[in-house]
Design a protein around this ligand. Structure first.
Ligand SMILES: Cc1cc2nc3c(=O)[nH]c(=O)nc-3n(C[C@H](O)[C@H](O)[C@H](O)COP(=O)(O)OP(=O)(O)OC[C@H]3O[C@@H](n4cnc5c(N)ncnc54)[C@H](O)[C@@H]3O)c2cc1C
Length: 299
């Protein structure tokens, strides 16, 4: 039995981790230069900012235990349960977890000791593997020509794009807040204080666009930067001009579908579409596939 996992996001890494721990030979192939997928931190001027997932929520006992082990090792920190709401007053929700080293450091930790090949884009299903796990958004999996039931499941997924703007200011020039949900705004969906989240108090905000703005700027994401920067300045009353970096997520947020994964023969589809669009869902989906692959190999 040997398994190829395509995609080194959280779903692929959690799947590979379970298989490797069970003694199954497993290779992870990732097209990017780093692991993590949408659990992404990028370095600007020597400091990491979180440009994909903004925080973790851990209400599954298994995932909560992992997050707690990361906390014990200094990799995660409880951030806040209170976000500002615009317009409106602050709202309490679940505890949100952040990572002092950037959220991608958690993917690096999951990947440690696994056989991961980076900068390796798969164009078609690997032939040699007994099981192939496509741990990625459905539209990306479809490009690899998966068998019918997996293709159908992938086609049923609906995705929204997001453009992220990292706004680096000369100094912290806003009233303290952790993060903010921005409702009914034409361009802004959320703003997080990255210095507060990471705990280093750097004067960096990270804004996520609405799907509408992202769709308008998919071909030229750079043009969304000034729009997001101006909207954040107006929302928080910041006069200073930040340095702006943008990142386009064509497949950022799925609408939830039922089940933990899809499968057809030796091919499996995992990812965060199988539940609320969260890191925890991707982690659970990857594990569920690994457990099903292990069971099928015992038959
Ligand atoms: C802007 C934004 C904000 C978010 N905010 C939050 C949040 O606050 N909290 C939260 O819990 N979640 C949040 N999420 C969602 C969270 O990031 C995802 O749920 C999770 O990271 C998905 O993991 P995944 O492994 O399913 O997919 P991905 O992370 O997308 O991993 C898929 C991987 O497959 C690789 N790949 C694709 N095609 C190929 C190929 N052909 N060959 C090789 N490799 C390939 C990709 O490069 C990628 O690394 C957010 C996401 C975005 C984009």
């Amino acid at each position: 039995m040997n398994v190829v996992v395509v995609g080194a996001g959280i779903a692929g890494l959690s799947c590979a981790r379970v298989l490797a721990d069970a003694g199954v030979p497993v290779r992870v192939l990732e097209r990017g230069r780093v692991v993590g997928g949408r659990l992404a931190s990028r370095r600007y001027g020597g400091r990491y900012a979180d440009i994909g997932a903004a925080y973790l929520v851990a209400d599954d006992p298994g995932f909560a235990a992992v997050v707690e082990r990361w906390r014990a090792r200094g990799l995660t920190r409880p951030w806040t349960d209170t976000f500002a709401v615009h317009p409106g007053s602050p709202a309490r929700g679940p505890l949100r977890w952040a990572a002092p080293g950037g959220l991608r450091s958690l993917a690096e930790d999951l990947a440690a000791g696994l056989d991961v090949t980076l900068e390796h884009e798969i164009q078609a299903l690997p032939r040699e593997a007994d099981a192939v796990v496509l741990a990625m958004p459905g539209p990306q999996a479809l490009r690899l020509g998966p068998p019918a039931a997996v293709a159908d499941a992938a086609r049923r997924q609906e995705w929204q794009p997001v453009i992220t703007a990292v706004l680096a200011y000369p100094e912290r020039a806003w009233d303290d807040f952790h993060g903010a949900f921005v409702n009914d705004h034409p361009v802004l969906a959320t703003v997080c204080d990255d210095g507060d989240r990471r705990g280093d108090r750097a004067p960096v905000l990270v804004a996520h666009s609405t799907a509408a703005l992202a769709r308008e700027h998919l071909a030229d994401p750079g043009a969304a930067g000034p729009v997001l920067s101006a909207a954040v300045g107006e929302l928080l009353g910041i006069a200073a001009r930040p340095e702006v970096h943008v990142h386009r997520w064509t497949y950022a947020q799925p609408a939830p579908v039922a089940g933990d994964y899809a499968t057809d023969g030796r091919v499996w589809l995992a990812g965060d579409a199988f539940g609320k669009p969260r890191v925890q869902t991707a982690w659970l989906s990857g594990r569920a596939v690994a457990e099903a692959v292990l069971q099928s190999s015992e038959r």
